[in-house]
Design a protein around this ligand. Structure first.
Ligand code: FA5
Length: 362
């Protein structure tokens, strides 16, 4: 071990060690820099610690004098160190308080909650009415084969009825694929895949090359119903539609059937709902005018009829044993009448200002 360097105890050496330590402490800007400054100026290998070890090397009379000098320097540096640490801790506390402040009065940054679309809501409510009667939910593809959309439904190859529904054909030309023009192809799909009797309700989107105007959209929603069982008659159709109208739009609301033509039903009828707003009163002599039904008393919602035996045969069902009824309604117009929506485009433009007011409807 080398001989202690007693010159470290000379007053000017001690003073410069003290000044260096004080300058280093003053230059320390953050709490985490302090340990290094402490090691350099108060640690085992610091000039002050080395000076303390050198005391033993001084002759007796000088020891007390040097010891006193050293103690004064040590106390000054230690006090400066403690003071700086207290200051830096206070700085840190102020900073942390500011940085981690929680403003309990601030409004939470919530994501806006969307609203359920009225078409979805009416569709679910309509399906619920049928499910409560024991019917099943069925679905089918929106890109459909012509056979399901037309042939199996008794549309002849060149039958003008094929054009009746402004079909969107999908390429290439012989693909045989169309955007389904109605939900009726799911009648055939259901009969082919389910055991008899069949009671199904089918909500879905359908497509036609209709020009977009206030009451027509090239994409719209239909609700199809099909019941095939032994002994089904037109009376069952009437009773089912009346029960549905009451459950959906109000107790006692009537339905009306007018003769019509669809290749897949025989006989066929147009289905009208009694106006839920005036309940037919506007069409009575002296009745108040009604904006919902234009004082007609009735609202046209779709078509219906007894399933044509040709359709049953196409789906492998024996028409001698089974009979059935079917109906198909446009849901868009039902929503429009129900909520006084005057333009069908509002249902498809996706503007939240339209859907939000329906947000709370269950
Ligand atoms: C049909 O689509 C038949 N499949 C209905 C049917 C089913 C009859 C089962 C018999 C048995 P239609 O083409 O009339 O029928 O359309 C039914 C309803 O869809 C119309 O009454 C109307 O409410 C709605 N609809 C038709 N075209 C549009 C359109 N472009 N925009 C909005 N709704 C429409």
């Amino acid at each position: 071990m080398s001989a202690p360097d007693v010159s470290l105890l000379e007053p000017d050496r001690l003073e410069s060690a003290r000044d260096a330590a004080l300058a280093a402490l003053a230059a320390t800007g953050a709490l985490d820099e302090l340990p290094a400054v402490r090691t350099a100026h108060l640690g085992d290998r610091s000039p002050i610690a080395l000076a303390r070890r050198a005391i033993g090397g001084l002759p007796g009379p000088e020891k007390a004098e040097a010891g006193k000098r050293l103690n004064v320097v040590l106390q000054v540096v230690q006090a400066a160190y403690d003071e700086r640490r207290t200051e830096l801790e206070a700085d840190r506390d102020v900073r942390v308080l500011a940085e981690e402040t929680v403003d309990v009065t601030a409004l939470p940054g919530r994501l806006p909650v969307g609203a359920r679309h009225p078409l979805t809501t009416i569709q679910e409510r309509a399906v619920d009415v049928f499910v409560a009667m024991g019917w099943e939910l069925a679905e089918g593809p929106e890109v459909e084969h012509e056979w399901f959309n037309f042939d199996a439904l008794n549309f002849g190859k060149d039958h003008p009825a094929r054009e009746m529904q402004d079909t969107l054909f999908l390429g290439p030309e012989d693909s045989g694929l169309v955007m389904r023009t109605h939900t009726s192809p799911v009648q055939v799909r259901s009969l082919l895949t389910r055991d008899l009797p069949v009671y199904v309700v089918v909500p879905g989107r359908v497509y036609r090359a209709d020009a977009l105007d206030a009451t027509h959209s090239p994409v719209f929603a239909q609700l199809e119903g099909l019941a095939v069982d032994e002994g089904i008659t037109m009376a069952h159709l009437r009773g089912t539609l009346d029960a549905f109208a009451s459950a959906m739009f109000g107790e006692g609301l009537k339905t009306r059937l007018r003769p019509s033509y669809f290749p897949f039903t025989e006989p066929s009828a147009e289905l009208d709902l009694q106006c839920f707003a005036c309940r037919g009163a506007s069409a009575e002599p002296g009745g108040e005018p009604c904006r919902v039904c234009s004082s007609e008393g009735w609202i046209e919602v779709g078509g219906c009829g007894m399933v044509n035996p040709a359709v049953l045969r196409a789906a492998g069902v024996d028409p001698e044993r089974y009979s059935g009824f079917a109906f198909g309604m446009g849901l868009d117009r039902a929503v429009m009448f129900r909520h006084g929506v005057t333009d069908i485009r509002d249902l498809y433009e996706g503007d939240q200002r339209f859907t939000l007011p329906f947000g709370t409807e269950g």
